[in-house]
Design a protein around this ligand. Structure first.
Ligand code: SF4
Length: 239
């Protein structure tokens, strides 16, 4: 299979089948901690980087295989090698998947394109959106996420606030914390103010544990993660 992976069992999503919408890696960020490696195609241009018809073909093969059963899935997860919202067919794919099974649709996104109202509408039929927000100042945003030069963190934050206002499903905001980069307590307090404006259902704190894009990327210690979770309040959990 080229575009499907799993099913994977995880504490967060139960049994989920992943779909990769951007191959090879195509992203609007080039995060320090990315496990996939450097972003070859750093872009804000949307395109069918993977043809939706090919994904649907692969799904049909997966179902026809006889060993697979959609009813065993808790989620079908849209993510993969880069930013899935850069695939211009994502709305069409979500509509197709909703008609295919009762599995919920989860979208894992870096939130970079959520400032566009038309795009928020395209993904509105998902059940769960897991956007990331690693920094709330432009300086730190550039340092940790190394975004496309056309992106401003204020616009992304406004996009997340609009998403919360419009989206009927759940939003679990993920924050990736890198030691010495974005884990300073003054930054965490600013992050808290912004997260209160976004008002997600959950705040999920993460820290890199596997090979990152750059050498020397360090995890935040468990005690510090707990301290940060306490500052962010009862919606925060360490994943
Ligand atoms: S947004 Fe995700 S895929 Fe893109 S560079 Fe960052 S970690 Fe990697």
């Amino acid at each position: 299979m080229q575009y499907l992976y799993g099913p994977i069992k995880s504490r967060r999503l139960g049994v989920s089948l992943g779909i990769n919408l951007t191959l090879p890696k195509t992203c609007s960020f080039d995060c320090l901690y990315c496990q996939i490696g450097k972003t070859g195609n750093l872009t804000l241009s949307r395109s069918e980087y993977v043809k939706i018809s090919q994904i649907i073909e692969e799904l049909k093969e997966w179902i026809d295989n006889g060993k697979n059963d959609l009813s065993c899935l808790d989620y079908i997860t849209l993510s993969g090698s880069g930013e899935p919202m850069l695939n211009s067919g994502i709305g069409e794919l979500i509509a197709y998947l909703k008609g295919l099974s009762n599995a919920k649709i989860a979208l894992i996104t870096n939130a970079s394109l959520l400032y566009e109202a038309s795009l928020r509408k395209e993904i509105s039929k998902a059940d769960l959106i897991v956007p990331s927000l690693d920094a709330v100042t432009q300086e730190l945003f550039v340092k940790i996420d190394r975004p496309h030069k056309g992106l401003r963190i204020e616009d992304i934050i406004e996009g997340l606030i609009s998403l919360r206002r419009e989206f009927k499903g759940k939003i679990w905001l993920e924050v990736m914390l890198v030691k010495g980069v974005n884990d300073d307590i003054r930054h965490i307090r600013k992050l808290k103010e912004v997260i209160e404006r976004i008002n997600p259902d959950k705040i999920q704190l993460n820290s890199p544990v596997r090979t990152a894009s750059e050498a020397g990327i360090l995890s935040v210690s468990r005690p510090k993660l707990k301290k940060i979770a306490n500052i962010l309040g009862e919606k925060a959990e360490i994943v």
